[in-house]
Design a protein around this ligand. Structure first.
Ligand code: CA
Ligand code: CA
Length: 174
């Protein structure tokens, strides 16, 4: 009897620990994305100060599309700003990842940063794009980067999310 109770308690403890570990792993991935957004904000600002334009860094692409990691002929370029080229493997959700230099990629209208219903950023800007992002992860990242922004969370602020194809867009520098 006592042994059965003890085993049951251990089972419950083990299950609880496993659930917590799972939650922490999920949070760790979201935290990594938030960290990446912060890092790219710094790198894009440095590139913009040197070159006077917004950089693009595409995963699995040629040198022309890797402004941050690969030597470019643009006047003022004094990188590399990024140690190694961006790769899809840096997407913690096993999807794709690119840094774009436009706020109207993939059919986006732009970004309504203050959430008043009108897009504030519609031209050249730096947007970090990730695919295969769950709604749960997207909402957590949004709550961290868009606190207090009015309107529908997935369409306003610096973080946009397309629920129909699980794509996340973070305006990192503009
Ligand atoms: Ca606005
Ligand atoms: Ca948002």
């Amino acid at each position: 009897m006592e042994i059965i109770v003890a085993v049951s308690i251990l089972s419950i403890l083990a299950a609880t620990l496993a659930m917590r570990a799972g939650g922490m792993i999920g949070k760790g991935k979201n935290a990594r994305v938030i960290e990446l957004a912060s890092t790219f904000r710094t790198l894009c600002a440095a590139y913009h100060a040197d070159v006077g334009a917004f950089p693009r860094e595409y995963s699995a692409s040629n040198a022309n599309n890797r402004d941050l990691s690969t030597a470019q002929t643009a006047a003022g370029w004094s990188g590399p700003y990024l140690e190694a080229p961006l790769t899809h493997s840096q997407n913690p959700y096993n999807g794709q990842m690119h840094l774009y230099n436009s706020s109207t990629i993939q059919g986006l209208s732009g970004f309504d940063v203050d959430g008043d219903g009108t897009d504030d950023v519609t031209g050249a800007a730096n947007v970090l794009y990730l695919s295969s992002v769950s709604t749960e992860s997207a909402t957590e990242i949004d709550s961290r980067l868009d606190p207090g922004v009015p309107g529908t969370w997935s369409t306003t602020g610096r973080v946009r999310y397309n629920t129909s194809n699980s794509r996340l867009y973070i305006l990192v520098y503009y």
